[in-house]
Each structure stands twice: as C-alpha cells, then as structure tokens.
Design a protein around this ligand. Structure first.
Ligand SMILES: *Cc1c(COP(=O)(O)O)cnc(C)c1O
Length: 400
C-alpha cells in the first residue's frame, strides 16, 4: 500500500480552472488575485488581504510593516517551522524565545508576561532573555533594546492562547503578528485565528490544508499596513505611481494568477477540505487512543475548532520515537520528526550560542514527537494500515 506523508487535494475542476488562466494569457497582476483576496477577507472577517508568494515572504513583509529593524527584540516560540523566526533575522532583529506548553506545543502566555515585566523593570534583567552570544549587549548603555513585536504561531493547526496574548500585546504596546500558516479556519473561543493580530499570515504550500503550490496571504484591519504591504510586495511601487517609479525598497513577492485562481477555488471548498481532515484525525484518534506508550495531541479548552494540519503523536521517549520512525520507514510508511526546535538548528546555535537545555519543553517535544501520514485524501484503510503497523512497531520495541 502506497502512503505519502502529505498530499494536496486538487479536484478536476481546479485543474481546469488553472488551465483556463493559462489560456487567458493574463498570468500576473490580474483579477484572479483580486478575487482571491476579497474572498479571503470575507472568510476570515478581516478588512484587507494581501496575496504573496509564500508564507515566509508574508511573514517578512509583516515584520517590515511593524517597523522591526536591527537590534529590535522579537518574542516568539522555539517550537515551530523555521520561517517564523527567520523572517525577522532578515532584518537583523534579535530573537527572544519563550518556551511552550507541554500539552499543546503553543507558546506560554504567562512566560511572555513574566519576560515583559522583567525587561521593563530593569535593563539588567534583559540579559536573562537575550541569546547567549548577545548577553553582553545588556551592559551596553547606548544599546536601545526594545521588544517591538511578537510572532505567535498556532502550532499544528491549534490556536495559541491568543486572546490573552493580544491583551498582553496591548498592555505593553507591542505589535502582534499571528503566524497562522498551519491553522486556517481554526477557532479560539469561537473566533477565527487571523482576527487577533495587527496582521496574520497564512501559507498555501502543498502540505497545508489548502494549497496554491507556493503561496501565502497576509490579513490585517489596518489601512496603512494594507497600503504599505501592497507596495512592498510590488517592488516598492505606489498605487498611483507608474511601473518604473519605486518609492521604497520593495520586493517581488506577488502571487501569480494561476496560484490565485487555484487558491480561490480551494477556498470555496475549505469547509470540505477541513472536515475531511477532521475525519481522518478522528480515525487516527479512535485507533490510537488505547495504544500504550503513545500520547495523542491535547486540545485546549479554548480550541473550539481545530484545523488539522498534521497528525502528531508522542512516543514514550526518544529511543522509542526513533525506533518507530525507522521501523515504519522499513515497511514503506513515511513519518517525520516534527519539530526539531528552532534554537537547536545549526545556524541558530552558531549565530546566537543556543545550547540544549535552553528551552526544555520545546526540546522534549522535539525529542518524542512524530508526524504520521496525514491528508484529506487518506482513506480509512490507509489509516488502518498505518495504525496496525504502528502498533506492531511499538510492541516490537518493548520486546527487543
Ligand atoms: C508552512 C509554514 C510557514 C510558511 O511556509 P512557506 O513554505 O513559506 O509557505 C510559516 N510558518 C509555519 C509555522 C509554517 O508551518
């Protein structure tokens, strides 16, 4: 039985729609992107939506809109996909990683608050939060170290404690950006993610709940950000300006028409896509809940809608997790270590001096978690096949 780790869900109508765009000859800066953006606004309930080349470029532009620059401090989670931290390193900002909740993998609001109180109390407390290689900066009187922004990731498609975090961001006057790339349609206390931050970013890579191939979307309610973001994604051109007039340092982060048309069609059946994933997750839950030495993902009380992005389980320990990954691989079932914490990536260790032990909960999750094959197109018999083999691997592990 062939099983892939993830798989896009593209209908024959969607294939025809993309072909239609190719026939039209209008391949960029056309009405497909405008329509996709308008529908996305309506879906989230936001004022503005700006289509971009991918989730990473969307995060990068959001950082620029927040005015984040050299030596600004940005609070975020070490337990995420690399892009949620890389996006502000592009602007030479400094990470303040805050550890995560053990049950959900989302950032801990109480630790964010503690950090902000410490930093506001006295400069000497900043040292505790700076990356190891940057700690000496706290002694430099002229260094103006200010927390400018938070990037809050909704990990695996489950909302972070975003209501509480929004309140903290307002009390401390810090920009709030949601990395909602894994969480389209997820709801926190009945409110969709993407409605809490000054901006939120969605991603449409082929393993996400909906796809455009490569693609992303920024949403915001701020008119000034909308204007700025449209200019930044389009080579720094102003709305009224001509093709070769560039008011600021811009980028080419535009989403093309084929991608926008596919995105619009996928968005039109997003409920179908999400509920198919929900059904596959429920099959997994049912079959794995009684499997000893495996822990399933915990949903927070405030998660009134989970948007299943990946199906992640936790093994008893690292040895057991690695054994399972290899044993599944031998029988042709792919799985993935998900995530390896950001601060332990080679670039972060060498640039910032992070070490194992810095963020123990993120590290523990990185040590025991694995993502099983998961997509909306998976059948019940495929889930059965994965679960039967997983069960066998686990018992083999204990009988070694
Ligand atoms: C997928 C993802 C992104 C964006 O990735 P792109 O491949 O650039 O679209 C950003 N953050 C997180 C947490 C993601 O999972």
């Amino acid at each position: 039985m062939h099983i892939s780790l993830s798989s896009p869900d593209i209908s024959s109508e969607e294939m025809a729609i993309v072909k239609g765009v190719l026939r039209s000859g209008s391949l960029s800066i056309g009405d497909k992107l405008t329509k996709f953006e308008e529908s996305f606004c309506a879906y989230i309930g936001s004022e503005y939506a700006i289509g971009v080349t991918n989730g990473t470029s969307g995060l990068h532009l959001s950082i620029l809109a927040a005015g984040v620059g050299e030596n600004d401090l940005v609070i975020t989670s070490p337990y995420s996909f690399i892009a949620s931290a890389n996006c502000f390193l592009y602007e030479k900002a400094i990470p303040i990683f805050i550890d995560v909740e053990a049950d959900t993998g989302n950032i801990r609001p109480d630790l964010i608050e503690e950090c902000l109180h410490d930093i506001e109390r006295s400069k000497k407390y900043i040292q505790k939060y700076l990356p190891p290689s940057y700690k000496c900066m706290a002694n430099n009187r002229s260094a103006r170290l200010k927390v400018k922004c938070m990037i809050i990731v909704h990990i695996y498609g489950q909302p972070a404690q975003i209501g509480q975090i929004k309140q903290i961001s307002q009390e401390h006057d810090i920009w709030l950006i949601e990395d909602a790339c894994e969480a389209i349609g997820a709801k926190h206390n009945n409110e969709k993610v993407g409605r809490f931050g000054d901006a939120a970013v969605f991603g449409f890579y082929p393993n996400k709940q909906m796809t455009t191939g490569e693609g992303g979307m920024i949403v915001t309610n701020r008119e000034d950000w909308d204007v700025l973001l449209r200019s930044l994604r389009n080579q720094g051109r102003d709305k009224s300006g001509d093709w070769l007039s560039h008011s600021r340092l811009g980028y080419n982060y535009r989403l093309d028409e084929m991608s926008a048309a596919l995105g619009l069609a996928q968005l039109m059946r997003i409920e179908e896509l999400l509920s198919k994933r929900e059904r596959v997750a429920a099959w997994y839950n049912e079959r794995l809940k009684s499997l000893e030495s495996i822990t399933l993902l915990n949903l927070a009380q405030a998660t009134t809608r989970m948007s299943w992005f990946v199906y992640v389980i936790r093994a008893y320990d690292t040895k057991c997790r690695n054994y399972i990954v290899n044993a599944l691989k031998e029988i042709g079932i792919p799985s993935r270590i998900y995530f390896s914490p950001i601060h332990l990536q080679p670039y972060y260790m060498s640039t910032f001096g992070y070490r194992r032990g810095d963020f123990p909960v993120a590290e523990h999750l990185g040590d025991v978690s694995l993502a099983l094959p998961f997509s909306s197109t998976m059948t019940k018999s495929q889930v059965d096949y994965v679960c039967d083999n997983l069960r066998k691997c686990v018992s083999k592990y204990w009988r070694r």
